[in-house]
Design a protein around this ligand. Structure first.
Ligand code: APR
Ligand code: PHB
Length: 390
Protein backbone atom coordinates (compact mmCIF):
# COMPACT_ATOMS: atom_id res chain seq x y z
CA UNK A 1 0.00 0.00 0.00
CA UNK A 2 1.29 3.57 -0.66
CA UNK A 3 0.32 6.93 0.83
CA UNK A 4 1.80 10.40 1.29
CA UNK A 5 1.76 10.46 5.12
CA UNK A 6 1.87 7.33 7.29
CA UNK A 7 0.63 8.01 10.84
CA UNK A 8 1.43 5.63 13.69
CA UNK A 9 -1.24 5.93 16.40
CA UNK A 10 -4.99 6.45 16.34
CA UNK A 11 -5.26 8.61 19.45
CA UNK A 12 -6.19 12.30 19.45
CA UNK A 13 -2.90 13.41 17.84
CA UNK A 14 -2.92 10.92 14.99
CA UNK A 15 -6.62 11.22 14.25
CA UNK A 16 -6.69 15.03 14.34
CA UNK A 17 -3.75 15.28 11.95
CA UNK A 18 -5.26 12.61 9.70
CA UNK A 19 -8.53 14.52 9.49
CA UNK A 20 -6.84 17.89 8.86
CA UNK A 21 -4.63 16.44 6.10
CA UNK A 22 -7.63 14.75 4.50
CA UNK A 23 -9.53 18.04 4.42
CA UNK A 24 -6.55 19.45 2.50
CA UNK A 25 -6.55 16.49 0.10
CA UNK A 26 -3.32 15.07 1.49
CA UNK A 27 -3.43 11.28 1.41
CA UNK A 28 -2.71 9.55 4.73
CA UNK A 29 -3.19 6.25 6.56
CA UNK A 30 -3.40 5.72 10.33
CA UNK A 31 -2.01 2.50 11.84
CA UNK A 32 -3.46 1.87 15.31
CA UNK A 33 -2.52 -1.19 17.32
CA UNK A 34 -5.75 -1.45 19.28
CA UNK A 35 -9.42 -1.68 18.34
CA UNK A 36 -11.48 1.49 18.14
CA UNK A 37 -13.48 0.44 21.23
CA UNK A 38 -10.28 -0.06 23.22
CA UNK A 39 -9.01 3.41 22.25
CA UNK A 40 -12.37 4.92 23.18
CA UNK A 41 -12.39 3.13 26.54
CA UNK A 42 -9.59 5.35 27.87
CA UNK A 43 -10.68 7.94 30.44
CA UNK A 44 -8.68 11.11 29.86
CA UNK A 45 -8.96 14.81 30.74
CA UNK A 46 -10.74 17.15 28.39
CA UNK A 47 -10.01 20.82 29.06
CA UNK A 48 -9.55 22.28 25.59
CA UNK A 49 -7.66 25.49 24.87
CA UNK A 50 -9.50 27.82 22.49
CA UNK A 51 -6.82 27.16 19.85
CA UNK A 52 -7.49 23.43 20.04
CA UNK A 53 -11.23 24.01 19.71
CA UNK A 54 -10.58 26.08 16.56
CA UNK A 55 -8.46 23.26 15.15
CA UNK A 56 -11.27 20.75 15.76
CA UNK A 57 -13.65 23.08 13.88
CA UNK A 58 -11.15 23.43 11.00
CA UNK A 59 -11.02 19.61 10.90
CA UNK A 60 -14.83 19.66 10.56
CA UNK A 61 -15.09 17.79 13.88
CA UNK A 62 -16.23 20.57 16.18
CA UNK A 63 -20.03 20.19 15.95
CA UNK A 64 -20.64 17.97 19.01
CA UNK A 65 -17.90 19.74 20.97
CA UNK A 66 -19.70 23.06 20.39
CA UNK A 67 -23.09 21.51 21.16
CA UNK A 68 -22.18 19.44 24.24
CA UNK A 69 -18.91 20.91 25.51
CA UNK A 70 -19.11 23.37 28.40
CA UNK A 71 -17.55 26.81 28.11
CA UNK A 72 -15.66 27.55 31.32
CA UNK A 73 -14.75 31.19 31.98
CA UNK A 74 -12.84 30.44 35.18
CA UNK A 75 -11.90 27.95 37.86
CA UNK A 76 -11.29 28.09 41.60
CA UNK A 77 -8.29 27.46 43.80
CA UNK A 78 -9.25 26.18 47.27
CA UNK A 79 -6.83 26.66 50.15
CA UNK A 80 -7.04 27.23 53.93
CA UNK A 81 -10.79 26.55 53.83
CA UNK A 82 -11.55 29.26 51.26
CA UNK A 83 -11.82 29.55 47.48
CA UNK A 84 -10.34 32.14 45.14
CA UNK A 85 -11.61 32.30 41.55
CA UNK A 86 -9.29 32.69 38.58
CA UNK A 87 -11.33 34.73 36.09
CA UNK A 88 -9.93 33.30 32.86
CA UNK A 89 -12.21 35.38 30.64
CA UNK A 90 -11.62 38.65 32.43
CA UNK A 91 -7.87 38.13 32.74
CA UNK A 92 -7.33 37.17 29.08
CA UNK A 93 -9.56 39.69 27.34
CA UNK A 94 -12.33 37.18 26.67
CA UNK A 95 -10.73 33.76 26.25
CA UNK A 96 -12.11 30.62 27.91
CA UNK A 97 -11.68 26.86 27.77
CA UNK A 98 -14.09 24.14 26.67
CA UNK A 99 -14.60 21.17 29.00
CA UNK A 100 -15.29 18.21 26.71
CA UNK A 101 -14.05 14.70 27.50
CA UNK A 102 -11.11 13.42 25.43
CA UNK A 103 -13.06 10.21 24.87
CA UNK A 104 -15.84 12.17 23.17
CA UNK A 105 -13.36 14.20 21.15
CA UNK A 106 -11.63 11.00 19.99
CA UNK A 107 -15.02 9.51 19.11
CA UNK A 108 -15.82 12.57 16.99
CA UNK A 109 -12.51 12.23 15.19
CA UNK A 110 -13.11 8.54 14.50
CA UNK A 111 -16.61 9.27 13.23
CA UNK A 112 -15.28 12.01 10.93
CA UNK A 113 -12.56 9.69 9.58
CA UNK A 114 -15.19 7.07 8.85
CA UNK A 115 -17.62 9.55 7.25
CA UNK A 116 -14.88 10.89 4.96
CA UNK A 117 -13.63 7.45 4.03
CA UNK A 118 -10.34 7.96 5.90
CA UNK A 119 -8.25 4.82 6.36
CA UNK A 120 -7.60 3.91 10.00
CA UNK A 121 -6.13 0.40 10.22
CA UNK A 122 -7.00 -1.11 13.61
CA UNK A 123 -5.19 -3.98 15.28
CA UNK A 124 -2.11 -3.09 13.23
CA UNK A 125 0.44 -5.08 15.23
CA UNK A 126 4.20 -4.76 15.44
CA UNK A 127 4.29 -1.51 13.45
CA UNK A 128 7.89 -0.78 12.54
CA UNK A 129 9.28 2.33 10.79
CA UNK A 130 12.01 1.66 8.20
CA UNK A 131 14.48 3.88 6.29
CA UNK A 132 13.29 6.90 8.28
CA UNK A 133 16.51 8.72 7.39
CA UNK A 134 15.78 8.45 3.66
CA UNK A 135 13.28 10.05 1.24
CA UNK A 136 11.38 6.80 0.95
CA UNK A 137 10.58 5.62 4.44
CA UNK A 138 8.06 2.87 4.94
CA UNK A 139 6.14 1.10 7.67
CA UNK A 140 5.62 -2.62 8.16
CA UNK A 141 2.95 -4.13 10.35
CA UNK A 142 1.00 -7.31 10.87
CA UNK A 143 -2.75 -7.56 10.51
CA UNK A 144 -4.76 -10.75 10.90
CA UNK A 145 -1.52 -12.68 10.84
CA UNK A 146 -0.43 -11.17 7.52
CA UNK A 147 2.73 -9.03 7.14
CA UNK A 148 1.96 -5.74 5.40
CA UNK A 149 3.92 -2.74 4.12
CA UNK A 150 2.94 0.94 3.83
CA UNK A 151 5.20 3.07 1.64
CA UNK A 152 5.00 6.77 2.43
CA UNK A 153 6.82 10.09 1.97
CA UNK A 154 6.61 11.04 5.65
CA UNK A 155 5.99 9.14 8.88
CA UNK A 156 4.27 10.74 11.89
CA UNK A 157 4.97 9.13 15.26
CA UNK A 158 1.71 9.84 17.12
CA UNK A 159 1.90 6.58 19.06
CA UNK A 160 2.09 7.94 22.58
CA UNK A 161 4.71 7.63 25.30
CA UNK A 162 5.03 3.85 25.01
CA UNK A 163 4.97 3.80 21.23
CA UNK A 164 7.58 2.55 18.77
CA UNK A 165 8.42 5.78 16.90
CA UNK A 166 10.57 7.60 19.45
CA UNK A 167 12.37 4.34 20.25
CA UNK A 168 13.19 3.91 16.55
CA UNK A 169 15.40 6.98 16.56
CA UNK A 170 19.09 6.08 17.04
CA UNK A 171 20.19 6.72 20.64
CA UNK A 172 22.74 9.37 19.75
CA UNK A 173 20.19 11.35 17.70
CA UNK A 174 17.68 12.05 20.46
CA UNK A 175 17.94 13.60 23.93
CA UNK A 176 15.42 13.01 26.71
CA UNK A 177 14.57 15.29 29.64
CA UNK A 178 12.52 13.91 32.53
CA UNK A 179 11.24 14.65 36.01
CA UNK A 180 9.23 12.09 37.98
CA UNK A 181 7.07 13.35 40.87
CA UNK A 182 6.95 11.46 44.21
CA UNK A 183 3.19 10.89 44.14
CA UNK A 184 0.30 9.92 41.89
CA UNK A 185 -3.31 10.95 41.26
CA UNK A 186 -6.10 8.61 42.32
CA UNK A 187 -8.99 9.44 39.98
CA UNK A 188 -12.66 8.50 40.27
CA UNK A 189 -15.42 8.89 37.68
CA UNK A 190 -18.95 8.89 39.10
CA UNK A 191 -22.43 9.41 37.68
CA UNK A 192 -23.12 12.23 40.11
CA UNK A 193 -23.83 15.94 39.79
CA UNK A 194 -20.54 17.87 39.86
CA UNK A 195 -19.97 19.61 43.20
CA UNK A 196 -19.29 22.90 41.41
CA UNK A 197 -20.08 24.32 37.95
CA UNK A 198 -16.36 25.15 37.56
CA UNK A 199 -13.22 23.15 38.33
CA UNK A 200 -11.79 23.42 41.84
CA UNK A 201 -8.05 22.84 42.36
CA UNK A 202 -7.47 22.29 46.09
CA UNK A 203 -4.18 22.73 47.95
CA UNK A 204 -4.38 21.07 51.37
CA UNK A 205 -1.95 19.84 54.04
CA UNK A 206 -3.32 16.33 53.48
CA UNK A 207 -2.54 16.62 49.75
CA UNK A 208 -3.86 17.97 46.46
CA UNK A 209 -7.43 17.39 45.25
CA UNK A 210 -9.28 18.32 42.06
CA UNK A 211 -13.00 18.54 41.39
CA UNK A 212 -13.71 18.28 37.66
CA UNK A 213 -16.49 17.06 35.42
CA UNK A 214 -17.37 15.51 32.08
CA UNK A 215 -20.97 16.79 32.03
CA UNK A 216 -23.64 17.90 34.49
CA UNK A 217 -24.28 14.22 35.32
CA UNK A 218 -20.74 12.85 35.21
CA UNK A 219 -18.14 14.01 37.75
CA UNK A 220 -14.39 13.45 37.79
CA UNK A 221 -12.44 13.79 41.06
CA UNK A 222 -8.77 13.29 41.96
CA UNK A 223 -6.71 13.15 45.13
CA UNK A 224 -2.93 13.06 45.45
CA UNK A 225 -1.76 9.69 46.82
CA UNK A 226 1.64 8.07 47.50
CA UNK A 227 3.06 6.21 44.49
CA UNK A 228 2.94 3.02 46.57
CA UNK A 229 -0.88 3.15 46.82
CA UNK A 230 -3.09 0.83 44.76
CA UNK A 231 -6.77 1.20 43.90
CA UNK A 232 -7.53 -1.91 46.01
CA UNK A 233 -6.55 0.16 49.06
CA UNK A 234 -9.17 2.79 48.25
CA UNK A 235 -12.82 1.87 48.68
CA UNK A 236 -15.31 4.38 47.30
CA UNK A 237 -16.21 5.44 50.83
CA UNK A 238 -12.53 5.97 51.73
CA UNK A 239 -12.07 8.07 48.59
CA UNK A 240 -15.08 10.29 49.26
CA UNK A 241 -14.10 10.78 52.91
CA UNK A 242 -10.55 11.83 51.99
CA UNK A 243 -11.77 14.12 49.23
CA UNK A 244 -14.13 15.85 51.66
CA UNK A 245 -11.28 16.40 54.13
CA UNK A 246 -9.28 18.24 51.45
CA UNK A 247 -12.09 20.55 50.31
CA UNK A 248 -13.48 23.65 52.06
CA UNK A 249 -16.40 22.71 54.34
CA UNK A 250 -18.99 24.51 52.23
CA UNK A 251 -17.90 22.42 49.23
CA UNK A 252 -17.67 19.10 51.08
CA UNK A 253 -21.14 19.69 52.51
CA UNK A 254 -22.68 19.65 49.04
CA UNK A 255 -20.54 16.89 47.53
CA UNK A 256 -22.79 14.28 45.92
CA UNK A 257 -21.12 10.89 46.28
CA UNK A 258 -21.91 7.68 44.46
CA UNK A 259 -20.36 4.46 43.16
CA UNK A 260 -17.19 4.86 41.09
CA UNK A 261 -17.61 3.74 37.49
CA UNK A 262 -13.88 4.12 36.93
CA UNK A 263 -11.06 4.27 39.47
CA UNK A 264 -7.35 4.47 38.62
CA UNK A 265 -4.02 5.78 39.87
CA UNK A 266 -1.74 7.63 37.45
CA UNK A 267 1.88 8.57 38.17
CA UNK A 268 2.98 12.13 37.40
CA UNK A 269 5.85 12.75 35.05
CA UNK A 270 7.37 15.58 32.99
CA UNK A 271 9.12 14.35 29.86
CA UNK A 272 10.42 15.85 26.61
CA UNK A 273 12.33 14.22 23.75
CA UNK A 274 14.42 16.45 21.47
CA UNK A 275 14.43 16.89 18.54
CA UNK A 276 10.89 15.96 17.47
CA UNK A 277 12.12 14.88 14.04
CA UNK A 278 14.52 12.32 12.60
CA UNK A 279 14.86 12.18 8.84
CA UNK A 280 11.34 12.02 7.43
CA UNK A 281 9.75 10.94 10.71
CA UNK A 282 8.11 13.56 12.93
CA UNK A 283 7.04 12.97 16.55
CA UNK A 284 3.80 14.49 17.87
CA UNK A 285 1.88 14.43 21.14
CA UNK A 286 2.67 11.99 23.91
CA UNK A 287 5.23 10.26 21.66
CA UNK A 288 7.45 13.30 22.27
CA UNK A 289 6.32 14.76 25.58
CA UNK A 290 4.35 14.11 28.75
CA UNK A 291 3.16 16.58 31.38
CA UNK A 292 1.71 16.08 34.87
CA UNK A 293 -2.09 16.55 34.47
CA UNK A 294 -2.23 19.48 36.91
CA UNK A 295 -2.31 22.13 34.22
CA UNK A 296 -4.52 20.13 31.80
CA UNK A 297 -1.84 20.59 29.10
CA UNK A 298 -1.46 17.01 27.79
CA UNK A 299 -4.07 17.10 25.06
CA UNK A 300 -3.39 20.77 24.34
CA UNK A 301 0.36 20.21 23.90
CA UNK A 302 -0.50 17.45 21.42
CA UNK A 303 -2.81 19.84 19.58
CA UNK A 304 -0.09 22.47 19.12
CA UNK A 305 2.22 19.86 17.57
CA UNK A 306 -0.58 18.93 15.19
CA UNK A 307 -1.22 22.59 14.36
CA UNK A 308 2.42 23.07 13.30
CA UNK A 309 2.61 19.73 11.46
CA UNK A 310 -0.64 20.38 9.63
CA UNK A 311 0.48 23.79 8.38
CA UNK A 312 3.91 22.44 7.45
CA UNK A 313 2.44 19.53 5.48
CA UNK A 314 -0.06 21.82 3.80
CA UNK A 315 2.77 24.16 2.65
CA UNK A 316 4.83 21.19 1.52
CA UNK A 317 2.10 19.63 -0.61
CA UNK A 318 0.28 22.76 -1.76
CA UNK A 319 3.25 25.10 -2.35
CA UNK A 320 6.29 22.79 -2.44
CA UNK A 321 7.57 24.78 0.54
CA UNK A 322 9.52 22.65 3.05
CA UNK A 323 10.28 25.48 5.46
CA UNK A 324 7.52 24.49 7.89
CA UNK A 325 8.83 20.92 8.06
CA UNK A 326 12.37 22.17 8.55
CA UNK A 327 11.21 24.46 11.37
CA UNK A 328 8.76 22.00 12.95
CA UNK A 329 10.84 20.59 15.77
CA UNK A 330 12.17 23.93 17.01
CA UNK A 331 8.76 25.59 16.72
CA UNK A 332 6.88 22.75 18.40
CA UNK A 333 9.43 22.43 21.20
CA UNK A 334 9.28 26.15 21.99
CA UNK A 335 5.60 25.78 22.81
CA UNK A 336 5.97 22.30 24.35
CA UNK A 337 8.47 23.65 26.88
CA UNK A 338 6.13 26.52 27.81
CA UNK A 339 3.47 23.88 28.53
CA UNK A 340 6.04 21.90 30.52
CA UNK A 341 6.93 24.96 32.58
CA UNK A 342 3.29 25.76 33.31
CA UNK A 343 2.41 22.16 34.24
CA UNK A 344 5.49 21.86 36.46
CA UNK A 345 4.73 25.23 38.12
CA UNK A 346 1.07 24.32 38.88
CA UNK A 347 2.17 20.91 40.19
CA UNK A 348 4.78 22.44 42.49
CA UNK A 349 2.30 25.09 43.65
CA UNK A 350 -0.57 22.82 44.63
CA UNK A 351 0.80 19.46 45.78
CA UNK A 352 2.13 18.37 49.17
CA UNK A 353 5.86 17.62 49.14
CA UNK A 354 6.52 15.93 52.49
CA UNK A 355 10.27 15.99 51.87
CA UNK A 356 10.26 19.79 51.44
CA UNK A 357 12.57 21.68 53.79
CA UNK A 358 10.75 24.27 55.93
CA UNK A 359 12.16 27.07 53.77
CA UNK A 360 10.76 25.43 50.61
CA UNK A 361 7.44 24.93 52.39
CA UNK A 362 7.25 28.67 53.08
CA UNK A 363 8.22 29.45 49.49
CA UNK A 364 5.38 27.27 48.23
CA UNK A 365 2.87 29.00 50.53
CA UNK A 366 4.20 32.41 49.45
CA UNK A 367 3.96 31.44 45.77
CA UNK A 368 0.23 30.82 46.22
CA UNK A 369 -0.22 33.92 48.37
CA UNK A 370 1.53 36.07 45.73
CA UNK A 371 -0.50 34.50 42.90
CA UNK A 372 -3.84 35.22 44.53
CA UNK A 373 -2.89 38.75 45.51
CA UNK A 374 -1.50 39.84 42.14
CA UNK A 375 -3.60 40.55 39.07
CA UNK A 376 -0.45 40.23 36.95
CA UNK A 377 0.35 36.81 38.40
CA UNK A 378 -3.22 35.57 37.86
CA UNK A 379 -3.17 36.94 34.31
CA UNK A 380 -0.02 34.93 33.66
CA UNK A 381 -1.70 31.76 34.95
CA UNK A 382 -4.82 32.53 32.92
CA UNK A 383 -3.02 33.10 29.60
CA UNK A 384 -1.26 29.76 29.97
CA UNK A 385 -4.43 27.93 31.00
CA UNK A 386 -6.58 29.18 28.08
CA UNK A 387 -3.66 28.54 25.74
CA UNK A 388 -0.73 30.60 24.47
CA UNK A 389 -0.86 31.60 20.81
CA UNK A 390 0.35 28.88 18.42
N1 APR B 1 1.67 0.84 16.83
C1 APR B 1 0.44 1.40 16.55
N2 APR B 1 -0.25 2.16 17.44
C2 APR B 1 0.34 2.38 18.63
C3 APR B 1 1.60 1.86 18.99
C4 APR B 1 2.28 1.06 18.02
N3 APR B 1 3.49 0.54 18.27
N4 APR B 1 1.91 2.26 20.26
C5 APR B 1 0.86 3.02 20.68
N5 APR B 1 -0.08 3.09 19.72
C6 APR B 1 -1.36 3.80 19.76
C7 APR B 1 -2.07 3.69 21.10
O1 APR B 1 -2.92 2.54 21.15
C8 APR B 1 -2.88 4.99 21.13
O2 APR B 1 -4.18 4.81 20.60
O3 APR B 1 -1.09 5.18 19.60
C9 APR B 1 -2.09 5.95 20.23
C10 APR B 1 -1.43 7.06 21.04
O4 APR B 1 -2.45 7.85 21.65
P1 APR B 1 -2.18 8.65 23.02
O5 APR B 1 -1.33 7.84 23.91
O6 APR B 1 -3.51 9.14 23.52
O7 APR B 1 -1.30 9.92 22.57
P2 APR B 1 -1.74 11.19 21.72
O8 APR B 1 -2.60 10.81 20.56
O9 APR B 1 -0.50 11.95 21.50
O10 APR B 1 -2.70 12.02 22.69
C11 APR B 1 -2.19 12.71 23.77
O11 APR B 1 -3.59 11.49 25.22
O12 APR B 1 -2.46 10.33 26.85
C12 APR B 1 -3.23 11.42 26.62
O13 APR B 1 -2.64 13.06 28.22
C13 APR B 1 -2.46 12.65 26.90
O14 APR B 1 -4.27 14.02 26.52
C14 APR B 1 -3.04 13.59 25.95
C15 APR B 1 -3.32 12.79 24.75
C1 PHB C 1 -10.03 16.09 34.23
O1 PHB C 1 -11.20 16.49 34.12
O2 PHB C 1 -9.72 14.89 34.12
C2 PHB C 1 -8.94 17.11 34.51
C3 PHB C 1 -9.25 18.46 34.46
C4 PHB C 1 -8.25 19.41 34.70
C5 PHB C 1 -6.97 18.98 35.00
C6 PHB C 1 -6.66 17.61 35.04
C7 PHB C 1 -7.66 16.67 34.80
O3 PHB C 1 -6.00 19.91 35.26
Amino acid sequence: MKTQVGIIGGGPSGLLLSQLLHVQGIDNVVLEKHTRDYVLSRIRAGVLEHGFADLMREARCGERMDAEGEIHDGFEIAHEGRRDRIDLKGLTGGNSVIVYGQTELTRDLYDAREKMGGLVVHEALDVQPHDIGTDSPYLTYEQEGEKKRLDCEYIIGADGFHGVSRKSIPKGKIREFERVYPFGWLGVLSETKPVSPELIYARHERGFALCSLRSQVLSRYYIQVPLSDTTDQWSDDAFWEELKLRLPEDVSAKLETGPSIEKSIAPLRSFVAEPMRYGNMFLAGDAAHIVPPTGARGLNSAASDIYYLYHAMRDRYKKGDDSGLEAYSAKALARVWKGQRFSWWMTMLLHKFPENAPFDQRLQETDLDYLLSSEAAMASLAENYVGLAF
